[in-house]
Design a protein. Structure first.
Length: 140
C-alpha cells in the first residue's frame, strides 16, 4: 500500500473549511511533525476569526481594513462589536484567501476570483494526494 502524501497548503485549507475531516485523534501521525502542529494552530486561529465575523447574534462585526505588506502577508483589521474592540491579524496570503472563501460560503462577503481559485486548487491537490479525483466519481 502506498503512503498518502498530503500537501501542507491543501491540508491547511481542509482544516479551516472542514476541520473534522482530519481530526488529530484519527490522523495522529499526520500531525506528529512540528510544522504540521503549527499548521493546525494556524487553521484554528483562522477559524476563530471566521467565527467572530460570521455570528450576527454577536452584533456587527466586520473587516474594516486590509493591507498587503511587502512580504506578501495580509494585515487584517476587524471589529468585534460584542467585545467592543478592534483586532488586527497578520495572515499569510493563503490564510487570507481561505478566510475570504469561508466568509463567502457563510454569505458574509464575496470571494475574489483569485482567492477562490487558489483555495479550490489547493483542495484539488488534497484530493489527488489522497487518491481522489472528480474523474473517479464520474466513472471516467
Amino acid at each position: 500500500m502506498s503512503e498518502v502524501v498530503v500537501e501542507n497548503d491543501a491540508l491547511f485549507c481542509a482544516l479551516v473549511l472542514a476541520p473534522t475531516a482530519f481530526s488529530r485523534n484519527r490522523f495522529f501521525r499526520l500531525f506528529e511533525d512540528p510544522e504540521r502542529r503549527r499548521l493546525r494552530r494556524r487553521a484554528a486561529r483562522v477559524r476563530g476569526i471566521i467565527r467572530q465575523l460570521v455570528h450576527p447574534e454577536r452584533g456587527t462585526s466586520e473587516i474594516v481594513g486590509e493591507r498587503v505588506m511587502e512580504d506578501g502577508r495580509v494585515l487584517l483589521r476587524y471589529t468585534v462589536a460584542e467585545m467592543g474592540y478592534l483586532r488586527t491579524a497578520s495572515l499569510s496570503r493563503l490564510e487570507a484567501s481561505v478566510l475570504r472563501y469561508a466568509l463567502s460560503r457563510a454569505g458574509v462577503a464575496e470571494v475574489p476570483a483569485d482567492d477562490k481559485k487558489s483555495v479550490e486548487e489547493a483542495l484539488a491537490r488534497l484530493g489527488r494526494g489522497l487518491g481522489l479525483t472528480l474523474e473517479d466519481e464520474r466513472g471516467a
